[in-house]
Design a protein. Structure first.
Length: 66
């Protein structure tokens, strides 16, 4: 039990040494992340649309039919 308390005490001491980012830095990084995800999703969606259209065209002769 003594080792567990010592471990927790050392963890708290190490966490006090960490250089935490400011709220502004966190928000800035989050904006970059969200924009990157949206751009990547749009690109992948467009590629999916084109590949499915090509697949449909090859096998049915029509671009994206139901």
């Amino acid at each position: 039990m003594k080792k567990i308390f010592r471990f927790c005490k050392e963890c708290v001491a190490e966490l006090k040494k960490v250089s935490w980012p400011s709220m502004g830095e966190v928000l800035s990084s989050m904006k970059v992340l969200v924009i990157s995800i949206v751009v990547l999703a749009v690109i992948l969606g467009a590629l999916d649309f084109l590949f499915m259209g090509g697949y449909s065209f090859v096998f049915t002769g029509k671009f994206l039919t139901n």
